[in-house]
Design a protein around this ligand. Structure first.
Ligand code: S3P
Length: 417
């Protein structure tokens, strides 16, 4: 893009939008949620909430949500959560303390993902949760409306697990304390406060008193920094290229990738425009000759969705880029260590894999090739970025899978130059 090209924008943040719709659904009164992304994942949450009796209407481009004041109704059939892990895990939390018996299901990818990680902590609320023998969906939740509050330890650093517990705590009786691996994206905590619920943090634990009454709110969803990451990486990998993205979320639990771009050697400028309930602003990235970096295990939770991109940038950087402590990548929309490595090798990149990560040697001698995305949106977008930055032809077996998070991605990528 030239200095006169207008800044880009990206769809609204998926993580924030899921949570805004769920909390609006539980609230009393009509909430207004602006900039809801059109991606299929958030639609899965909206459809699921409709099946639970919540009504939505659109006005002036915003989604108006008529909250059920905590009283959801039982759907007649299983709820299809599509490809969305956030939908199924957060709803499991909501339902764990409600007087309903609901089955949550999803597509083949979602049916392959681990659900004991939510079923086990939610059992502390007396919910009965039945999974497949493999510990996967379909997931039948028989909630306990008389759930006692308690002390819940989070053992996996997953914002989905933490959020499921916080959502269950909303309808438990007494103060729930959530501790352990809670240093993950904090959108649920911030949005709970926006909907009038005191979610207190002392740095090592969170506390919520239930039953909590949520009040309708107006939420303006910022652009998704994890979607912006693909466009920013496309600029970072090419010396002299530039991408400017406006109105993107800058929540510090989500922006580790911007520091990663700096460590690779790209020039990154951040101009904040607002701070509450979610920080947002403009990000500008200028490409440069990149040097390899190492991602330490404690950085992984803050970068989890960007790690395929870290691998792609590693292929453009001088030296060996190493990611470790990232076994969670194996249970995302695909096994992202395996799908990343196979796709990178198909383009001539040297990759070594470990149980919990990978090493990429750069700069690679890229050639064109065919990529198996395994239906994984982030793999598809990461390799579209690689193709563009390396100027090679890449055929994605399923380019449409990007629609779960970033419809219009190909056009946006074309605007980075
Ligand atoms: C998300 C949390 C992350 C992330 C996912 C969205 C969320 O998953 O990978 O894309 O909205 O809470 P985990 O919580 O399983 O790490």
């Amino acid at each position: 893009m030239t200095a006169t090209t207008p800044p880009l924008t990206v769809p609204g943040d998926k993580s924030i939008a899921h949570r805004a719709l769920i909390l609006a659904a539980l609230a009393r009164g009509e909430s207004v949620v602006r900039n809801v992304p059109a991606g299929l994942d958030v639609r899965s949450t909206q459809r699921a909430l409709s099946a639970l009796g919540v009504t939505f209407r659109e006005a002036d481009g915003a989604l108006l949500v008529s909250g059920c004041n905590g009283v959801l109704s039982a759907p007649g059939e299983p709820i299809d959560c599509g490809n969305s892990g956030t939908t199924i895990r957060l709803l499991a939390g909501v339902l764990a303390t409600r007087a309903l018996d609901v089955t949550l299901d999803g597509d083949a990818s979602l049916r392959g993902r681990p659900m004991r990680r939510v079923a086990e902590p939610l059992a502390a609320f007396g919910a009965q949760i039945v999974l497949s023998p493999a510990g996967t969906a379909p997931l039948r939740v028989r909630g306990n409306p008389n759930a006692p509050a308690g002390d819940v330890a989070i053992t996996i650093p997953s914002a989905q697990v933490k959020s499921a517990v916080l959502l269950a705590a909303l309808n438990a009786h007494g103060v729930t304390r959530v501790h352990g691996a809670i240093a993950t994206r904090d959108h649920t905590e911030r949005l709970l406060r926006a909907f009038g619920v005191a979610c207190e943090s002392d740095g090592t634990s969170l506390r919520i008193a239930g039953p909590a009454a949520l009040q309708a709110a107006e939420i303006d969803v910022p652009g998704d920094v994890s979607s912006a990451a693909f466009l920013l990486a496309a600029a970072a990998a090419v010396a002299g290229a530039r991408a400017v993205i406006d109105d993107v979320g800058l929540n510090p639990t989500r922006t580790a990738f911007l520091d990663v771009l700096r460590r690779f050697g790209a020039d990154v400028t951040v101009e904040a425009t607002a701070s509450a309930p979610e920080p947002r602003g403009r990000v500008t990235v200028r490409g440069a000759a990149l040097r390899a970096i190492t991602i330490a295990p404690d950085e992984v939770p803050g970068l989890i969705d960007e790690l395929p991109l870290v691998g792609v940038l590693g292929a453009f950087a001088h030296g060996t880029t190493v990611v470790s402590g990232a076994a969670e990548l194996r249970v995302k929309e695909s096994d992202r260590i395996a799908t990343f490595a196979a796709a990178a090798r198909a383009l001539g990149v040297e990759v070594e894999t470990f149980d919990d990560g990978f090493a990429v040697r750069g700069p690679a001698h890229f050639h064109g090739g065919a990529i198996v995305t395994a239906g994984d949106h982030r793999i598809a977008m990461a390799f579209a970025v690689a193709a563009r930055a390396a100027s090679v032809d890449v055929r994605l077996d399923d380019p449409d899978c990007v629609a779960v998070s970033f419809p219009g991605f190909a056009v946006a990528l074309d605007a980075v130059a």
